[in-house]
Design a protein around this ligand. Structure first.
Ligand SMILES: [Zn+2]
Ligand SMILES: [Zn+2]
Length: 339
């Protein structure tokens, strides 16, 4: 039986901590705030540089411990500033492991709750916006400013959005809605980055479609809307396009890209592609028009020329650099808090 790594000041026993050169899983069980913060700070650096540490976390229960910290720690720094830092650093550790690892470790990140901790706040953000959009006090035109749709299409879109809002609201647990500060832009960006890497793999992608209270792609699609920043739209678009990839484990078949349909092709190339982006495939015209009004119009990008593709890649690289810089800034600030 492993000894609990509590702090015993009366007995003059030191806590275990993770240092820049030593990873010890037991340090994550520490209940004293300051040593745990120091450990998470060093672990955040280690997960960005060491494949061995990322592998160790995937087999020693470290990922489960990180998701537990995320689910039980308040992001509010009203009472305890260290609590907010603890959340941010544990979040960075989890995202680092998911983004920089191979498929089997990414599957472990998803299984250990890496997506489960993202869904409530994403659903919460989406629900807040949808409540405003589907409120009868607002005119249908205010729902999406840039689309001229006929009345019947608007009515059916509003009805589907209300159903979706109800499902999203059910996914937004009380823990995350009660007195928690809104998510920062960089937190959303990191979540979308994590989902972009996880959704590359067919098995994980399947789970994102069906294993959560709400289809994860329906949440991500909301972040493609134009009121979000360009970087958020960019990463949300990557996740959505990953969702349309063919599944090589099923002989190259694809799922209907209308997220509330989910029919699979029975033979390769059975479904028709969206002519504009040539990524999304639909089992019927009806699915295509519903998907368009639900949100495909936001991430449907005309197939790019080589030059435009290179520009897109540069934009992605810039976005990734921004996220790395954000993490570096966070680390510096956390160091100041911990010392
Ligand atoms: Zn369909
Ligand atoms: Zn399209």
């Amino acid at each position: 039986m492993r000894e609990q790594n509590f702090c015993f000041p009366e007995q003059q026993r030191a806590c275990l901590t993770i240092t820049p050169s030593l990873y010890d899983r037991r340090a994550l069980d520490c209940t004293a705030p300051l040593p745990l913060l120091t450990s998470l700070m060093h672990l955040s650096l280690m997960t960005s540089t060491s494949q061995r540490v990322r592998e160790a976390l995937s087999v020693d229960g470290g990922l489960e411990r990180l998701t537990h910290i995320l689910e039980t720690t308040s992001r509010s720094d009203n009472r305890d500033r260290r609590s907010a830092w603890r959340w941010i650093l544990a979040y960075h550790c989890l995202v680092n492991v998911g983004v920089r690892s191979s498929e089997h470790i990414r599957a472990r990140v998803e299984r250990s709750g890496g997506v489960r901790v993202i869904i409530p706040w994403a659903a919460n953000l989406v629900t807040t916006r949808l409540r405003r959009a589907t409120n009868p006090a607002h005119s249908p035109a205010s729902m999406d400013e840039d689309d001229a749709q006929d009345a019947a299409t608007v009515a059916s879109t509003v009805r589907r959005q209300q159903e979706f809002a109800a499902a999203a609201a059910a996914a937004a647990t009380a823990v995350f809605t009660a007195n928690e500060p809104p998510f920062r832009e960089e937190d959303i960006l990191l979540a979308l980055q994590l989902l972009a890497y996880l959704s590359k793999h067919p098995r994980i992608r399947d789970r994102l479609h069906v294993d959560y209270p709400v289809n994860v792609f329906t949440l991500v699609e909301r972040f493609c809307a134009r009121h979000h920043s360009n970087t958020i739209q960019l990463w949300a678009g990557v996740v959505m396009r990953n969702g349309c990839r063919k599944d090589d484990t099923r002989g190259g078949l694809r799922r209907c890209a209308y997220l509330h349909c989910g029919h699979w092709e029975t033979t390769p190339h059975e479904f028709a592609k969206c002519r504009r982006c040539r990524k999304a495939k639909y089992c019927s015209k009806q699915c295509q028009s519903r998907a368009w009004s639900d949100g495909h119009r936001y991430w449907c990008v005309a197939r790019q020329s080589t030059a435009a593709g290179a520009t897109g890649m540069m934009a992605m690289a810039t976005a990734a650099t921004t996220v790395t810089a954000t993490i570096a800034t966070t680390m510096t600030a956390a160091t100041n808090t911990a010392t």
